[in-house]
Design a binder for this molecule. Structure first.
Ligand SMILES: [Zn+2]
Length: 432
């Protein structure tokens, strides 16, 4: 008789500070946190020294562009998974604007399988709301929900579901299985030809502006629709003070709305466009100092539920060109936690809520976003908050280099990440 052995060795993390608390040991065995406490011993376990490190639940990104299928020259599920693990993530939600678009069970299952093959983070596909992201008729939402990928989040991200009747029907449809529509809020008729935030900088540079009201008017409409239908709405990459105000009001009225903010909208402003460096071109655009302040306040008080990266890799020919022709978007996975640390400070419980617990809840990912307690899935990351490092675009794992933080010194280094007890990152190095 043969005894079936687990191929994964037990791991004993020594002296890590869970959410910044007192140092303790964590024993990872069979995919879960088997024990947690001071002075644990485990024969044969691989020991990871966690002295000085903070243990966080594995981060969850609700908004990642992995570019596969279609633009494997910019990113693949595998390279994006590497970037995610190095950023402390154990799960990412892959946006639907691939080529072909993830608007059928077949495509979402393909992305899901590629994620499993890469094996570094759980890749949860997001399904398109409309066929081909064209905004004309609903995609096969039910078939994607019933597929092996078990899709619960639907988004036409990159495009807005601008037709209110279609938006209403999408909300009604996903309500049946507690799905959520994640809206890229942009009234297209107000942003035709837009290149950057509409304000004093755009006026000075002579670039067509993307006004705050184009975002706010869609969010106002959508929270009313979501309230009317009683379905869940998620607002992608909130970028203006007015949007925060509308979401705060909607939540007070009991609307089932959640919202995300990106690290770049928490840190950078439209003043960056003065350089004409297209690395700062992003949709929605970088806004004003007052918007940044309102987004930070909204994130602290819970009006904004989560930080999501909107990781948007682009090949050099699509990004390193004239501003007007450059594609919008920035890398985010490997720098998200450092930027959030920079903005929020070392408020580890708040960081765990905004970057792990809440995004997992919104996406319906039961195995992620759990508190680090005995019996919980061993999805976690170890951070050294004392290390400051300089961002080098060519040193990132992403296939693309369009980070807006090149040369910046940021706090916090991911030392190790574990997916169901298996190290995906050790000593700051990805394991696959
Ligand atoms: Zn978007």
């Amino acid at each position: 008789m043969t005894v079936r052995r687990t191929p994964v060795p037990d791991i004993l993390i020594r002296n890590a500070r869970v959410l910044g608390g007192e140092p303790t040991d964590l024993l990872l065995r069979d995919g879960v946190i088997a024990e947690i406490g001071a002075g644990l011993s485990a024969e044969g376990a691989e020991v990871v020294d966690g002295t000085g490190l903070v243990a966080l639940p594995g981060l969850v990104d609700l908004h990642t562009h992995l570019r596969e299928p279609g633009r494997e020259d910019a990113e693949t599920v595998h390279t994006g998974s590497r970037a995610a693990a190095l950023g402390g993530y154990t799960a990412v939600c892959a946006m639907a604007n691939t080529s072909p678009v993830a608007d059928t069970a077949g495509v979402v299952e393909q992305v899901y399988r590629l994620g499993q093959e890469a094996g570094l983070v759980d890749v949860q596909p997001i399904g398109a709301v409309t066929v081909g992201l064209a905004g004309e008729r609903l995609a096969e939402l039910g078939a994607m929900a019933d597929s092996a990928a078990r899709v619960r989040v639907f988004s036409d991200d990159g495009f807005c579901v601008a037709d209110p009747r279609l938006m209403r029907r999408a909300l009604e449809y996903v309500k049946a299985f507690d799905g959520v529509i994640a809206q890229h809020a942009e009234e297209p008729r107000l942003t035709q030809g837009a290149q950057m935030h509409e304000g004093d900088v755009s006026a000075r540079l002579g670039l067509t502006g993307w006004p705050a009201v184009a975002e706010e008017s869609i969010i106002a409409r959508d929270v009313l629709l979501a309230g009317h239908v009683g379905a869940r709405l998620h607002v992608c990459h909130v970028s203006t003070a007015g949007s925060v105000e509308i979401i705060r009001m909607a939540k007070a009225r009991g609307v089932r709305v959640t919202a995300e903010v990106t690290p770049h909208h928490l840190l950078l402003t439209h003043a960056k466009a003065e350089s004409y460096d297209p690395v700062y071109k992003v949709n929605p655009p970088l806004r004003t100092d007052a918007d940044v302040e309102a987004l930070r306040a909204g994130l602290r008080d819970g009006t904004i539920d989560i930080v999501a990266t909107d990781h948007a890799p682009h090949a050099a020919e699509d990004k390193e060109c004239e501003w007007a022709y450059a594609r919008p978007g920035m890398l985010g996975l490997e720098t998200a936690l450092p930027i959030v640390l920079d903005v929020l400070g070392e408020d580890w419980p708040l960081i765990a809520e905004r970057m792990s617990y809440a995004p997992a809840r919104i996406a319906g990912l039961d195995g992620h976003g759990n508190a680090l307690t005995a019996g919980a899935p061993a999805n976690l990351t170890l951070v050294d908050p004392t290390v400051r490092w300089s961002v080098d675009p060519t040193g990132l794992a992403s296939l693309s280099h369009n980070t807006p933080y090149a040369g910046m010194t940021v706090p916090g280094r991911i030392v190790a990440t574990f997916l169901r007890g298996v190290p995906t990152v050790l000593d700051g190095k990805v394991q696959k």
